[in-house]
Design a protein around this ligand. Structure first.
Ligand SMILES: [Fe+2]
Length: 392
């Protein structure tokens, strides 16, 4: 039941995009996949800054008499229609879960999603914060009468799901916390940002619009966007490096003069190629850097480097303890994160192995690809924005 091929642009309209002005702006295409037959579905959309577009996932879970939505996707026409199809088969959307305190990309779609399903209960992670102002939830559009707080008010579908919290950790600006849950019927462990499995090849979602891949596959702004499997692969590897390290080691930022001189060349004067502006230059092979990133994974799973270096640099014991707790749960067969690939085969034994690996290997390094993130972290600690010891 793929929602995409026959959907019209009007169906993909997402009027709330100015709240988080990221590519692909006002148009969001959605890839709908059944992950586990009659149990679990993935709704994927692209979101990102300056074409650093990584897939974000809403997971639809079958619960008794209906559905639960874990982490949200923008409720465009095609998303609502695909959800109505599932409701016709399995019952109504009963609950909408915002499983993270900090991930803005998972939070913004919740209020409109709640309005599209006015009977659903909304569950949020405690300590929601908005930047730069801390606004109360109703101001952000959360329906006060049917919004509950995970943990404090219990948990939705407690007999069918098992819940666990990673954090909270004090980040100075606000807190990091996310709730994972095990869907006992399918053995799927849902999580938000904590672990990812980065696709070796471009995710299927890019088949709907490969522009971000082709944009990054180039070496200069005046080169045209050429669509070949090789260019897509190269673009994907670079996108994953950007999203992981913000500024990978192999990247040089060229001087502004050269950048603008190449802009506005014939063939580049369109928004798709950002009018020829391409402020990146790869000093060494992005393929080798991508391979090194994947080599950090244990059976495909890793902590996203941006998280390890900026959120968990001094909280390794918290992450390890959480993985150990999950490894004692029975029946884990899959991990379904809210970004990148899913479902990823998993087991209690693998969760234990991950905890052990995180304990043994160097944590939150400072050199190579990690240098930019490390400098950012040190700046935040030095200026007192982030506490030097995380408070649990
Ligand atoms: Fe996220």
């Amino acid at each position: 039941m793929e929602a995409s091929p026959d959907s019209s642009p009007a169906d993909q309209r997402w009027p709330w995009w100015p709240l988080l002005p990221l590519y692909p702006y006002g148009r969001k295409r959605t890839l709908v996949r059944e992950l586990i037959p009659d149990q679990l579905w993935s709704f994927e959309q692209l979101q990102g800054v300056f074409y650093v577009a990584v897939p974000i996932r809403m997971t639809v879970v079958r619960v008794r008499g209906g559905l639960m939505l874990y982490a949200s996707a923008a409720p465009t026409g095609e998303v609502r229609r695909a959800l109505r199809d599932l409701e016709a088969r399995f019952g109504p959307v009963q609950s909408i879960v915002l499983p993270t305190a900090s991930g803005l990309e998972h939070k913004l779609p919740v209020p409109p999603l709640a309005r599209a399903f006015p009977k659903a209960q909304v569950w949020v992670t405690p300590g929601q914060w908005s930047f730069p102002l801390s606004l109360p939830l109703p101001w952000l559009g959360f329906p006060a009468k049917r919004t509950r707080v995970l943990g404090e008010d219990g948990f939705p579908h407690g007999d069918e799901l098992q819940w666990s919290s990673l954090g909270p950790l004090d980040l100075g600006l606000g807190r990091f916390q996310e709730f994972a849950c095990l869907h006992k019927a399918s053995g799927a462990l849902l999580m938000t940002d904590a672990l990812v499995a980065i696709n070796q090849e471009p995710p299927e979602l890019f088949d709907l619009d490969p522009t971000p891949l082709l944009f990054h596959a180039r070496d200069r702004g005046d080169q045209p966007l050429i669509d070949t499997p090789e260019q897509r692969q190269k673009g994907w590897e670079r996108l994953a490096l950007f999203a992981s390290f913000l500024r990978p080691e192999a990247l040089e930022v060229p001087p502004l003069s050269g950048l603008l001189a190449r802009a506005w060349r014939p063939g580049c004067r369109d928004p798709r190629s950002y009018f020829g502006i391409y402020p990146f230059q790869w000093a060494s092979s992005s393929t080798a850097a991508f391979a090194a990133l994947q080599a950090q994974a244990v059976d495909r799973l890793l902590v996203a480097p941006v998280l390890e270096r900026l959120v968990f640099p001094r909280a390794r014991p918290v992450v390890v303890r959480w993985l150990r707790e999950l490894s004692r749960w029975e029946g884990v067969r899959w991990i379904v994160p809210a970004h990148y690939d899913a479902p990823i085969p998993c087991s209690p034994e693998l969760l234990g192995r991950l905890a052990h690996a995180f304990e043994q290997r160097p944590w939150a390094p400072e050199d190579g690809n990690w240098e930019y993130l490390a400098n950012l972290d040190q700046l935040l600690v030095r200026t007192g924005v982030v506490p030097s010891e995380p408070l649990e």
